[in-house]
Design a protein around this ligand. Structure first.
Ligand SMILES: N=CN[C@@H](CCC(=O)O)C(=O)O
Ligand SMILES: [Mn+2]
Ligand SMILES: [Mn+2]
Length: 317
């Protein structure tokens, strides 16, 4: 497959221990074309989505294509606290050929369906937020008629119309349209919405689709109990949760390496509190991180934040 690449093992580096003390020593780089999964093992399946065509189409700053490898390079240096019989697989990267975003999303859909059918927990690292459309469709294909709740940590609704093609600002509108076609409920919770980064039409679209959301001024540790309550009510109503983290929702003090930074964005500790609630519910089926753009990163801090989030989730699920 030309639009898929296996990760070179030398991308994963760090301190050496010979006891798998570090994730670069624990990770196995595998080819999805050949690997035989052992369904009896607990498997964390890391997958790259190297695509910024959606960001480009959405008039953003390109560079997210290099996001997956930047996160891997940072993550390799983190300590490994996984059980010996848990596998940590780097399942390679889906790439975008000839600016064909729609085919890239379809590849992601099929890959997610495969990973879920093999009983793994997928963590997808991007790449533009168009990752969410392909990712959700893969979960949907796997789960059929089950009720899936989408929890998006983001400054933006990403509910734009895709009338002139898919892009990084359209994924949740596309999902909503598909739900309508299938006569299924659209369950979407957005945490960290910025009033100064979403226009009136986007707020109206959110209201018309019955989207639940918290604006960034109420998405911090001072409102923890309220945030937890909103989250628990949302989770209670669905069978499974798909979580997507758009790094541009974090304050640019934490995450400068994105296409559309948020000076007034949220902080990592409130996201960690939410992830605890989501994971404790046992309904989380898959997760992704979007919009990592190393071109605009400062001292690798966005890549390190992304790697910390992956590290947290992979050890908690
Ligand atoms: N992925 C989302 N993108 C934002 C971009 C906002 C901006 O360019 O400032 C959106 O479409 O709303
Ligand atoms: Mn965003
Ligand atoms: Mn987004």
């Amino acid at each position: 497959m030309l639009d898929y690449k296996i990760t070179a093992k030398d991308l994963w580096t760090g301190r050496k221990s010979d006891q798998e003390l570090y994730l670069h020593e624990k990770v196995q780089c595998v080819s999805l074309v050949e690997f035989e999964f052992n369904k009896d093992l607990k498997i964390i399946a890391l997958l790259g989505y190297a695509c910024d065509e959606g960001v480009k189409r959405n008039q953003g700053r390109i560079g997210a294509e290099h996001g997956p490898d930047a996160i891997r390079k940072s993550l390799g240096k983190f300590p490994n606290h996984l059980a010996n019989d848990t596998q940590f697989l780097d399942c390679g990267t889906i790439t975008c050929l000839n600016a064909d975003l729609e085919s890239t999303q379809t590849n992601l859909t099929n890959t997610i369906e495969l990973l879920l059918s093999q009983n793994t927990f997928p963590i997808v690292i991007g790449g533009g937020h168009d990752i969410a459309y392909g990712h959700f469709k893969g979960i949907k294909k796997h789960l059929g008629n089950k009720k899936i709740g989408i929890i998006n940590f983001d400054a933006h609704f990403d509910l734009r119309q895709n009338t002139s093609g898919n892009n990084s600002g359209t994924p949740f509108n596309q999902i909503a349209q598909d739900c309508e076609t299938e006569n299924a409920a659209f369950n979407y919770l957005c945490l960290g919405i910025r009033n100064d980064a979403n226009d009136k039409v986007l707020f109206e679209t959110a209201d018309s689709l019955n989207v639940k959301y918290l604006e960034t001024e109420h998405f911090n540790m001072h409102y923890l109990e309220h945030v937890q309550l909103i989250l628990m009510q949302f989770i209670e109503d669905v069978d499974y949760i798909y979580t997507t983290i758009d790094l541009d929702g974090f304050s640019s003090a934490y995450a400068p390496g994105v296409s559309a930074p948020s000076p007034m964005g949220f902080s990592p500790n409130i996201v960690l509190e939410c992830l605890k609630v989501i994971i404790d519910s046992k309904k989380l089926i898959s997760l992704d991180l979007a919009e990592m753009n190393p071109t605009y990163d400062i001292d690798g801090q966005t890549a390190k934040l992304a790697a910390s989030l992956v590290h947290f989730v992979m050890h908690m699920v």
